[in-house]
Design a protein around this ligand. Structure first.
Ligand SMILES: [Mn+2]
Length: 316
């Protein structure tokens, strides 16, 4: 564990006396603009907010408000600036955000290839240093204390927001919890305790941790075992993502996480994935596509059901 990060975390734990009432909270009323995974892409975020009609302080002339589906950081050029901006809007009551799996990894101090920025470490991709603003201790503290306040899900009569997957059983567990790290650790322990007596291999055990832990299921979605291993991003995987939205029935749910490119099916009658993959622009930059990005940051306007992009807009 990075020493300054762990010290920052220690301070957060100690100062965190005022807990969320629940990890499932009320969504703003009124008209909303629900923004997909930002992943440190500050320039598309600023462009999108301007296009949507938001002032620099996050206010909107028509009283609209912002909702972020999580995964605010990692990969893109300036995660600290993205968090600073959204935190300011949230503090002013002009935005809400749920917690994504990337955000949660920082709370757990899980170091991943694409969160090196948080630990003050340059990330190298294909032999090139990824251009990123690195965090110092002040930024680490600010990011952790903000993420610590975020709910896993938001809801109102006509709409649900979650990062990866809405599942009633897992939502009920999150509803009864006020702290996401405690909830994760509690279920991690319960799942481990259930293994003796079950005849499971490592793959099945991994899938139980993914599917039966409410924090994992809601922030990174269900997975299933595959007969033939899949190689993605240089890793061999024995689980694949389940398109849970095909079976989902319930109040309309907007989610992110799946980085579905423009033009592909993005949900069902009662769901919509607003993540158009801007978080993978770091790969497009590396491939020399910086003048013509195909991956976008988008917002779903609600109740209009209009999708607005950082560069151009169209109806959903
Ligand atoms: Mn995600």
């Amino acid at each position: 564990m990075n020493r300054s990060a762990s010290r920052a975390q220690q301070n957060i734990w100690e100062s965190c006396t005022e807990m969320n009432a629940s990890l499932v909270q009320s969504l703003f009323d009124g008209p909303l603009d629900i923004v997909g995974d930002v992943h440190g892409e500050i320039a598309p975020l600023r462009a999108l907010l301007q296009r949507l009609g938001y002032a620099d302080d996050g206010s909107h002339a028509e009283g609209r408000r912002l909702v972020f589906v999580g995964d605010l950081t990692d990969r893109g050029p300036d995660s600290p600036a993205v968090v600073e901006l959204i935190q300011r809007f949230v503090a002013a009551g002009r935005a809400q955000s749920v917690l994504g799996n990337h955000d949660f990894n920082l709370l757990l101090d899980h170091r991943k290839h694409d969160n090196g920025w948080f630990y003050g470490k340059e990330v190298t991709e294909g032999g090139q240093i990824v251009p990123q603003v690195l965090a110092d201790e002040t930024v680490q503290q600010r990011v952790l204390s903000f993420f610590r306040t975020l709910p896993i899900a938001l809801e109102r009569d006509d709409l649900r927001i979650v990062h990866a997957c809405w599942n009633d059983e897992m939502i009920a567990l999150a509803r009864d919890s006020a702290d996401v790290v405690d909830l994760y650790n509690h279920h991690h322990g319960l799942i481990e305790q259930s293994f003796p007596g079950l005849d499971l291999d490592d793959i099945d055990q991994g899938l139980m941790h993914q599917n039966d832990n409410p924090v994992k299921r809601l922030t990174s979605g269900p997975e299933e075992r595959v007969a033939q291993p899949i190689v993605t991003s240089g890793k061999t995987r024995f689980g694949r993502r389940v398109q849970w939205w095909n079976e989902y029935q319930g109040t309309f749910c907007v989610f992110g996480h799946y980085a579905i490119p423009y033009g592909q099916p993005r949900g069902s009658e009662s769901t919509f994935c607003v993540d158009y993959g801007v978080g993978k622009r770091w790969t497009e930059r590396r491939e020399g596509k910086a003048r013509n990005f195909t991956l976008k940051l988008a917002a779903l306007r609600w109740p209009e059901r209009l999708v607005v992009f950082d560069e151009h807009s169209c109806s959903s």
